[in-house]
Design a protein around this ligand. Structure first.
Ligand SMILES: *[C@@H]1O[C@H](CO)[C@@H](O)[C@H](O)[C@H]1NC(C)=O
Ligand SMILES: *[C@@H]1O[C@H](CO)[C@@H](O)[C@H](O)[C@H]1NC(C)=O
Ligand SMILES: *[C@@H]1O[C@H](CO)[C@@H](O)[C@H](O)[C@H]1NC(C)=O
Length: 699
């Protein structure tokens, strides 16, 4: 029936308990999700963010922050536990237990996280707002949130929705006997869904992360289908092909930072609980009759129907045992979708013959690595417990960043995904003395022997290089998931030191190593890099910058990869500003930082200058950008920046498309114009922006 004429873009393999109800016709011409919006509604639901490109603050309203009381976490957990078995008539609990439903809520709130730019995740609690609220995969989750409403009211602003939602998942798992390694609290609620627009569907998502064939989306997007959390559980593009589902599962879980072990533990651990809902083909609200119409046994959510185990409110490894025990046969479920059931249902007891699998479950048998893990978990419950506990914690906590940001009494020790740092030293170096040592490199009269050819009048003006090093070190920071930044000084380590844009930074580090070795204790590389940059900027005419020390050096780990997927430099500039957590003004100001000609040359752009004096911080940069006509030279840097040359009188001035993005973008251009006219305004903005970025990763 419908299954053959429409592609159903639904639900996640991982928590298809969970899946959704909306059928989505694929629009042969364009992006299906746009068609959908037209069909669905002309009037947007309340709180729908309409502006695609606003810079947005993540923080809760100030009033909320001021009224915060210390939170009694244990009391919250007890209240959640009580709510689990208190079935409400507006949405009766399956099997008398809301546990699986709340696990789905927590999972879908957190599961949107993607590694490409750190976006998604439950921090912010944006599952309460559009666009996430409207996603097919989040169907009926408004009822799960309604169940938690009394608890949210009771604790008010001392408990964020995002912490409450995640904690509910954790309490639900343990109350049914499952593992928990702890809880990382401290999420803050956003005031609307703006920060999820980029997850789609929206114009912003199309600009940053287009998906030409919905159902086959690739990185930087996390899921294969916009509106779903991972993959289509019915199979790729709705085709019930288990082996075809394998690459989709691996790719989409991979883009969300999960390896095979974590993937299989999460899918099977999640599907130990609850059931899918697709009681009849008529759709949401239409099954059954009388007072129970559309709910309880008549619920339609994903259109699939049935549990994965015979004990769906108990933590077991039965999911894996079942996968291996039966011969799975494809059939059309009561909701009209392709599902899988044991071949020999006639001879099975009712509890077993009712068991159902989705294509994306059966897929785990069609890949050698997945299959080996299915076997392991089927025979070894403690192994599943270990892996699921750790993977769940990672799933719901990785958008929180380093462990130092976690709050509450049950924060577990740092996990590998939190990229832990060593403890800070008890006594810090005398930074004034360090500053003096750095200053010796910033004078042209210096008699220091280290040389980096080509910089400054006599080859020894290192200011712009120190600034470049600090910028490269700190600009990996992502306000989206609080990873990256200069703390840890991972720019010294593989893989970061080998990124194309970091070419030559080893030479700058070498110059600074003399200073470093003078302070065997109390001076980290990370502090020295930041301090050297700031010393150079102040020497170059910057306003006083506020330095905060106490960074440490990592021994391993890596920062988030550079984002190289942008369509053009304008999109890259806007999005990078947002990912770094900078305002438009801050981003534009920082673009006028000192640029070293020798560094330009090492990046493959030739020994060219941006301004008349590479050792002076000034708004001349903006004047030059605005007053010249720019012509592409056809030269590209090692990191892909395209070079432009000023035409006519501009003479030998060169910039890249990353600079020109500041005048191509209307909002950035206005800011650049105001800086070009007003040096003082520029310098104030620069000092603010620089200090903000250098401290962004100190929590
Ligand atoms: C960059 O791409 C965006 C999105 O497609 C487009 O709106 C913009 O005009 C492009 N800008 C440049 C400078 O090419
Ligand atoms: C999905 O994408 C892959 C590579 O990105 C491509 O090879 C394949 O043909 C696409 N499939 C469909 C149905 O568009
Ligand atoms: C599994 O089911 C299929 C289809 O019903 C059948 O052809 C096959 O023989 C069965 N295999 C086993 C091992 O029972």
């Amino acid at each position: 029936m419908i299954a053959n004429t429409k592609k159903m873009l639904v639900a996640v393999a991982a928590v298809a308990v969970l899946v959704s109800n909306a059928f989505q016709p694929v629009d042969a011409v364009g992006c299906p999700m746009l068609a959908r919006r037209d069909v669905r509604s002309s009037a947007l639901p309340p709180n729908h963010p309409t502006s695609d490109y606003t810079f947005h603050t993540r923080d809760e309203p100030l009033a909320d922050a001021l009224t915060k009381k210390p939170l009694d976490w244990a009391a919250v957990e007890a209240d959640i536990e009580k709510a689990l078995t208190d079935s409400k008539s507006f949405w009766p609990a399956d099997f008398g237990n809301y546990g699986p439903f709340l696990i789905r809520l927590a999972w879908h709130c957190a599961g949107s996280y993607r590694t490409s730019d750190g976006r998604g995740g439950c921090d912010g609690g944006r599952i309460r707002f559009n666009p996430e609220l409207e996603w097919e995969d989040n169907a009926n989750l408004d009822k799960a949130r309604q169940l938690l409403e009394p608890i949210k009211k009771k604790y008010g602003s001392s408990l964020s929705w995002s912490d409450l939602i995640t904690l509910s998942g954790d309490v639900a798992i343990t109350s049914m006997g499952g593992p928990s390694i702890g809880f990382c609290g401290g999420r803050k609620d956003d005031v609307d869904g703006t920060d999820s627009l980029v997850l789609g569907p929206s114009a912003e998502q199309i600009a940053i992360a287009p998906c030409p064939v919905n159902g086959n989306c690739s990185s930087p997007l996390g899921p294969t289908t916009i509106g779903l959390i991972y993959v289509n559980p019915e199979g790729p593009m709705g085709v019930p092909d288990p082996s075809g589902s394998v690459p989709d599962i691996r790719s989409s879980f991979g883009r969300m930072g999960m390896n095979d072990r974590e993937t299989v533990a999460l899918i099977g651990g999640g599907h130990s609980f609850g059931k899918t809902h697709g009681a009849c083909p008529a759709g949401a609200g239409q099954c059954g009759s009388g007072p129970d119409k559309g709910k309880g046994p008549n619920t339609f959510t994903s259109g699939f129907e049935g549990p994965w185990t015979s004990r769906p409110t108990e933590w077991t490894n039965e999911y894996f045992v079942n996968l291996l025990a039966y011969n799975w046969t494809k059939f059309t479920g009561p909701g009209g979708k392709n599902q899988w059931k044991p071949a020999d249902t006639d001879v099975l007891p009712p509890s077993k013959s009712a068991i159902r699998m989705l294509t994306a479950d059966v897929a785990l048998l069609y890949d050698p690595s997945y299959r080996a893990l299915v076997k392991e978990y089927a025979r070894d419950l403690p192994s599943l417990e270990r892996d699921f506990g750790a993977a769940w914690y990672k799933l719901v906590s990785r958008d929180m960043g380093p462990v130092s940001r976690c709050r509450g009494p049950r924060v577990p020790p740092p996990q590998p995904f939190q990229n832990p740092l060593p403890a800070p030293p008890t006594k810090l170096a005398d930074f004034r003395a360090v500053r003096k040592d750095v200053e010796q490199y910033l004078t042209t009269k210096s008699s220091l022997s280290e040389q980096i050819p080509g910089d400054g009048p006599n080859g020894r003006n290192y200011g712009a290089l120190f600034v470049e090093l600090a910028w490269r070190c700190a600009s990996t920071f992502r306000a989206t998931d609080f990873f990256g930044g200069c703390n840890g000084a991972r720019i010294r380590l593989n893989p970061e030191k080998n990124w194309p844009e970091n070419t030559g930074m080893d030479k700058v580090l070498h110059v600074l190593s003399k200073v470093k070795s003078k302070y065997p204790a109390g001076l980290s590389w990370a502090d020295l890099i930041v301090l050297a940059g700031e010393t150079a900027l102040e020497k170059a005419g910057s306003n006083r910058l506020s330095f905060v020390g106490g960074r440490v050096d990592a021994k391993d780990g890596s920062n988030p990869e550079p984002r190289t997927y942008y369509l053009n430099a304008s999109v890259a500039a806007r999005d990078s500003a947002k990912v770094m957590g900078l305002t438009a003004t801050q981003y534009v100001a920082l673009s006028a930082r000192l640029r070293s000609p020798s560094q330009q040359a090492r990046l493959g752009l030739g020994d060219k200058t941006y301004t008349s004096d590479a050792s002076r911080l000034s708004s001349e940069y903006f004047q030059i950008l605005l007053k010249n006509k720019w012509i592409p030279t056809g030269v590209e840097s090692k990191s892909g920046a395209k070079q432009y040359k000023a035409s006519g009188k501009g003479g030998d001035l060169f910039v890249t498309d990353a600079d020109l993005a500041l005048i191509w973008d209307p909002e950035f251009r206005k800011i650049a114009q105001s800086f070009a006219k007003d040096q003082r305004k520029f310098k104030a903005a620069f000092a603010d922006a620089w200090s903000t970025l250098m401290k962004a990763d100190l929590f």
